[in-house]
Each structure stands twice: as C-alpha cells, then as structure tokens.
Design a protein. Structure first.
Length: 300
C-alpha cells in the first residue's frame, strides 16, 4: 500500500474502532501524520490517562505503552511492534533495585519513566525529563536512589542538596554523543544555541545553553530569540522541531534510536485492524506502579 493510502486507512480505522494514536517525538515523520497527539513522555502519559477513547495505539517504546496501560487500566493499549524496547529501561530490574534498597535502607527511590512496571512498583515516585528535579524533592528521604539513568542522576545532583545515589544505566543514543562533535557544530554554527537532553553525559551537558527534555526543547526553540539550534538528542527530534517551529534551523548532534524507529505505518495499521499486541501488566505490580506514576502526575 502507498503511504497516503495507509494514512487514510489508519484514520478510517481509528474512527471505526474508537481509538487514538499517541506518538512520541522520536517517531518517524510519517507516524506524526496519523497522530492524535505528539509529545514527550510526560505529555503522552497525561493524554493516556485522560482519553475517553476505547483503544490507545502507542507509537513509542515498551515502557511508554506500559505506562499508558497503568494510568488507564480500563483501556486496551496496543503497541505496533512488541520489539520496540528501550534498552535503558531493561538496565534496572526490580530484583536489582530491591537489592540496592537493602544496601541503602533509609533511601527513597525515584524511577525515571524509562523503567518497566515491576521497577516502578519498587519506587516512591516516577519522573520524566520534564519533572525529575521536582520528583527528587517530593520524596521526604535525604538519600535518593535514582534509576536507571546515570547521566540524569549526575545532573540532578547538581540541582539538589539531597544525596543522589546513581544507577549504572544509560541511554545508548545519548551516552554515545561525543562532546567533540558538539564543539564542531558550535564552531560551524556560532550563533546557534545548544539544547541538550539530560540523558547526555556530563561533558556534553557542560556545552549546553539549555538542558531539557524533548517537550522543553519545543518551548525553548519557540520562545528563544535565537534562529538556530544544535539539538543534542535523538535525531528525529529535529524534524519535529522543524514542523513545530517554522523559520528556525535545527542541527542534529545525536544518532537515531533504533527501537523508536521500529514503528512503521504498516505495523500501526495491522495492530489497529487486528487488535494485536495488547499491553498487559500483572495486577499486583500494576497497582503499586500506578501509585508511583500517579504521584508523579500530581507534581507541580
Ligand atoms: P522525553 O520525555 O524527553 O521525550 O524523553 C524520552 C526518551 O526516551 C529520551 O530518550
Ligand atoms: Fe531509550 Fe534512549 Fe531510545 Fe529514549 S532514545 S527510548 S532512552 S534508548
């Protein structure tokens, strides 16, 4: 089927099945064209909780679709490719976290939304790239085990008086960013502002004018007087920024997330048509994980 025909058929199916399609910023541009909403992890979680549609098709990676199911358990949540998994989320298992908690019995736990439900269930509160500083302050304990992103934990340590206990997890895309490549881009585009995701290593974040998640990048690019930006996050974000912020230039400084790119229009169409790849979460785990996610949604 041709792209335009697929897009038309997906839109028809959405109506027929009372479904919405939620799309993360890193998805392929053609997936944007069938979206009801495109956003960052926090915005997508909020949309998933609020929707009245019967079915949610989640175009992102495993933990995002799982979070949508946790926040709206009565809905059917479908993921177009079950192999679209975030490697960083797999770096913090619930078993290892339980072990860490016994090593630090007085510590609270903040779980980045890039974790699986069983790990969230072991946590006090979840966070995203948009609210990790607030989440750390929300927990009353002075010591905080921050899972799973080491780089984000190191960054949050510079913003709080609490003692952050980092976890040795990392994003394969951001952790591979070379500060020399960012410096080169700065040299080539001297007027450009650097926006960097907090999943980047410390030596990359030092080069940034603004550190924020993907939703924050759209706000910053819209409100900044600058006309050019070096975008230190997954390369697909540049296309999203170009569509959202007209008349400004965006230069990518990071690679592609292969897992995010596993979603294709063909797979969206097939899972919507056949109702396949439904996300399921064990009820006991879901109840505890939901508590940590709901607490995050109440953060200011
Ligand atoms: P955002 O919440 O900033 O969109 O980040 C999600 C993610 O997976 C970053 O790698
Ligand atoms: Fe996971 Fe990194 Fe891909 Fe985000 S970009 S989904 S953190 S691997």
């Amino acid at each position: 089927m041709k792209t335009q025909e697929l897009i038309r058929k997906i839109k028809e199916l959405k109506k027929a099945k009372n479904a919405i399609i939620l799309v993360h910023n890193y998805q392929r541009p053609e997936i944007y064209d069938v979206a009801d909403f495109i956003g960052d992890s926090l915005e997508l979680a909020i949309r998933a909780k609020r929707t009245k549609a019967k079915v949610i098709v989640f175009c992102g990676v495993d933990f995002m679709a799982e979070s949508a199911k946790l926040l709206n358990p009565a809905k059917r949540v479908l993921i177009p490719d079950v192999e679209a998994k975030c490697p960083m989320a797999a770096m913090a298992t619930a078993g290892k976290l339980r072990q860490k908690k016994t090593e630090y019995p007085r510590a609270g736990v903040v779980a980045y939304i890039n974790t699986n439900a069983a790990t969230k269930a072991e946590s006090d509160v979840c966070c995203t790239s948009a609210n990790f500083k607030e989440a750390v302050e929300e927990v009353s304990a002075h010591e905080i085990i921050f899972v799973p992103d080491y780089n984000m934990a190191k960054y949050v340590q510079t913003k709080t008086r609490k003692k952050i206990i980092p976890w040795p997890g990392f994003c394969v895309v951001h952790d591979a960013v070379d500060p020399k490549a960012v410096k080169k881009l700065k040299w080539r585009h001297p007027k450009a502002k650097v926006m960097a995701h907090p999943e980047n290593p410390e030596d990359v974040l030092k080069l940034a004018d603004h550190v924020c998640g993907t939703g924050g990048m759209i706000k910053y690019a819209k409100t900044s007087k600058a006309k050019e930006f070096i975008v230190v996050t997954e390369e697909g974000m540049c296309e999203r920024l170009r569509r959202e912020v007209k008349g400004k230039k965006f230069y990518p400084a990071a690679g592609a997330c292969q897992n995010m790119k596993k979603t294709t229009l063909e797979k969206v169409y097939a899972c919507l048509r056949d109702g396949t790849n439904e996300v399921k979460v064990d009820a006991a785990i879901a109840e505890k994980a939901r508590r940590a996610l709901d607490r995050m949604l109440k953060l200011k």
